[in-house]
Write a protein that binds this ligand. Structure first.
Ligand code: 5GP
Length: 125
């Protein structure tokens, strides 16, 4: 079920628990601002999630409330992950699902990085 993006941040959400080390993940990258790990149900040969360390429900929440330093750190972190994965040459796709129509399921902002194959259709019918 998609989340209501206006809900308050739930510190018990699965990605908050991964950030606290309570649940394992296949870590790809981490720095002061982000943690990146493989998606548990990959939709492409490379499917990595990048999350900010800060407590933000969604892209909407993050873009409205995060300090500029955290926004810059998050964007730079996503870029660092793509280069570490050597996707900067072949290319990749980024996706953020937001709220109901976006079909966001986990209420902690995450960017999906997809790579390792050719993508065509922008959005499924
Ligand atoms: P959303 O639909 O919210 O944009 O995407 C949530 C993503 O989180 C899904 O692709 C799902 O497979 C992934 N996911 C859900 N639970 C876990 C988990 O416990 N570990 C990892 N690594 N990925 C998860």
């Amino acid at each position: 079920m998609p989340i209501d993006p206006r809900q308050p941040y739930d510190p018990a959400n699965i990605f908050a628990r991964i950030l606290r080390g309570e649940i394992p993940c296949k870590k790809v990258y981490e720095d002061e601002f982000v943690l990146a790990f493989h998606d548990i149900n990959p939709q492409a040969p490379v499917h990595v999630l990048v999350i900010p360390r800060g407590a933000y429900v969604s892209w909407d929440d993050f873009s409205a409330k995060a300090p500029a330093e955290e926004i810059a750190g998050f964007v730079r972190g996503v870029g660092a992950v793509t280069r570490q994965l050597e996707l900067d040459g072949p290319g990749y796709r980024l996706l953020v699902n937001m709220g109901g129509h976006g079909h966001q399921e986990v209420p902690h902002l995450h960017v999906h990085i997809f790579g390792g194959r050719q993508f065509t259709t922008m959005v499924p019918a």
